[in-house]
Design a protein around this ligand. Structure first.
Ligand code: MSP
Length: 512
């Protein structure tokens, strides 16, 4: 039935591995973290819907001075108690948002430590480390050294964080020797970093001086010990990035050394951590003779009054409260539709409420109510489409919308995907206005077409709003929201009058 779509859309058996950055546990989760988490979930579910084996990895980044510092100011009696408590908070948030990670990697877990140690030894055996005394301006919060010209008034110019003069004996990674290989690789793989602006930013960074990287620390004990370097802890970014390899090992249920799954791995990250993923990570992989990831997608930031929502800005919004008040699917929908994926956007409760009312209550919810309640009143069942119905313009409009939406998703344009589907929902509501089924002597033909439209909407929106879609497709007798069911329409008894899917905000707020 999907024959006129290009073949990539038809069910395939390929695998795709999405990753989110593992979250720092030096503070409570905020909406910015939820945003990355929802995006990876939507992409995983979308790919699953097109027939790919799709996986998504989440987790917590638990080592390093920031976490050690946060533990010291907590009420916990030991650091393990602190990390356990904090990791659970992030995991619980993801599950509250109906996100199901394939794996949850904690950098304090034993299997992860083994992979990090293995990677270190492999890079060392390949001759890419050396030891040297190091001194420079160090920012504890960025966990990075800065050059003198990058510092002004004891603050890093790029991030504004406080820096202090440090001296330590470090193991260095020969990052500079990978500069040309990285440039060459990205020339040959121009879509390896998305959006294009981030590809250009990476190329710009690579054209500048690329100094070797201090890869061990003696000042912070809280981390994985560097093999053969007593008193040295592995740099937290090498530790953290390796979680992507731990993920692969967990999936394979054994230790592998080829990590070929990297070739189908898409790293979803925020734009603030582009350098670590687009420069350090592939250099580490090259140094260990491992394959590179398939793609990095760097999304923008959620802003509050033009500043990044972050703990250090003290402007964070509690995601748990938001999910409890507005419901999981409306929040997921707002984050993906209202915050254009790939760009920065202001986070605003007014905009969330506006979008929930305008799109969900007035468009999506309205369509479901009109179609299914009408079917309930008149037939007590849904109606299945007949062969001749498929030539009806509104169904062709849905086919076009899906095709455009799917093409957008190939470039991870989640917001465009949703917009295309909503356009078709609007067209369907107009179709109802024009057809006026309530005035027809025999509305069965119109209603069978509308049942199919409603089902298509539920399937298409399922990666974004899985439980709402589930409710609709269950009423319609479909087991799974999957593109295979796009054209399948069953005649099935409706057990009870369908209730409205979304509450308008005036109603929500009046219940408080
Ligand atoms: N621990 C590192 C990642 C290591 S991955 C090998 C880290 N952690 S973080 O907790 O600071 O950020 C996790 C993710 O949340 C990042 O992708 C970051 O960009 C994202 N966000 C944090 N605040 C955000 C916003 N205000 N808006 C959108 N995303 C934001 O970095």
């Amino acid at each position: 039935m999907l024959s006129h779509f290009n073949t990539e859309l038809s069910m395939t058996t390929e695998s795709i591995y999405f990753t989110t950055p593992i979250f720092y546990i030096n503070g409570n989760p905020h909406v910015g973290h939820l945003y990355t988490g929802v995006a990876a979930d939507v992409l995983r579910l979308f790919n699953k819907m097109t027939g790919k084996e799709s996986y998504a990895c989440y987790g917590t980044d638990e080592h390093g001075p920031k976490v050690e510092q946060a533990f010291k100011t907590s009420k916990c009696s030991n650091i393990n108690e602190y990390t356990d408590q904090m990791s659970i908070k992030f995991r619980d948030l993801m599950s509250l948002a109906n996100i199901t990670p394939t794996e949850w990697i904690r950098t304090t877990s034993e299997d992860h430590k083994k992979v990090v140690t293995w990677l270190w030894q492999r890079i060392e055996a390949n001759g890419h480390f050396y030891s040297k005394k190091y001194s420079g301006w160090y920012s504890k919060s960025d966990e990075a050294y800065y050059k003198a010209e990058e510092v002004n008034n004891e603050r890093a110019i790029s991030t504004g964080s406080k820096v202090e003069w440090m001296e330590e004996e470090c193991v260095f990674f020969r990052l500079s020797s990978f500069k040309n290989r990285l440039i060459e690789y990205y020339y040959q793989h121009p879509t390896a970093i998305q959006p294009e602006s981030k590809y250009n930013e990476t190329m710009g960074l690579l054209r500048q001086d690329l100094p070797d990287l201090a890869i061990s620390r003696t000042m912070c004990n809280w981390g994985i010990k560097a093999p053969n370097n007593p008193g040295h802890t592995i740099y937290v970014w090498l530790d953290a990035l390796t979680n992507y390899l731990t993920f692969i090992n967990r999936l394979n249920k054994k230790n592998t050394e080829d990590f070929k799954e990297l070739g189908s791995m898409v790293h979803i990250i925020g734009k603030d951590i582009l350098k670590f993923h687009a420069i350090y990570w592939p250099a580490f992989l090259m140094a260990a003779d491992l394959p590179l990831f398939s793609q990095i997608f760097a999304h923008g930031w959620l802003l509050i009054d033009k500043s990044k929502m972050s703990k250090s800005e003290n402007n964070v919004v509690d995601p748990n409260g938001l999910l409890h008040k507005y419901g999981v699917d409306p929040v997921r929908y707002y984050l993906m539709k209202g915050v254009s994926f790939g760009s920065d956007s202001n986070f605003s409760i007014e905009e969330l409420e506006r979008i929930v009312d305008a799109d969900l209550a007035d468009k999506v919810g309205n369509l479901v109510q009109r179609v299914l309640v009408f079917c309930w009143n008149k037939y007590k069942k849904t109606l299945s489409a007949r062969a001749e119905d498929y030539s009806e313009q509104i169904l062709k409009d849905w086919d076009t919308a899906l095709e455009k939406a799917v093409n957008a998703m190939k470039n991870h344009k989640i917001t465009v995907y949703i917009e295309e589907i909503i356009k078709a929902v609007v067209q369907t509501n107009e179709y109802i206005e024009n057809q006026k089924p309530w005035k027809l002597e025999d509305p069965s033909c119109t209603m069978s077409i509308l049942c199919l439209c409603t089902q298509r909407m539920a399937i298409a929106l399922s990666p974004v709003m899985p439980s709402t879609s589930d409710q609709i497709i269950k009423i319609m007798g479909i087991d799974n929201a999957n593109l295979e069911h796009w054209n399948e329409c069953k005649e099935i008894e409706i057990a009870k009058k369908p209730s409205p899917l979304f509450k308008k905000n005036a109603e929500l707020n009046s219940n408080l």
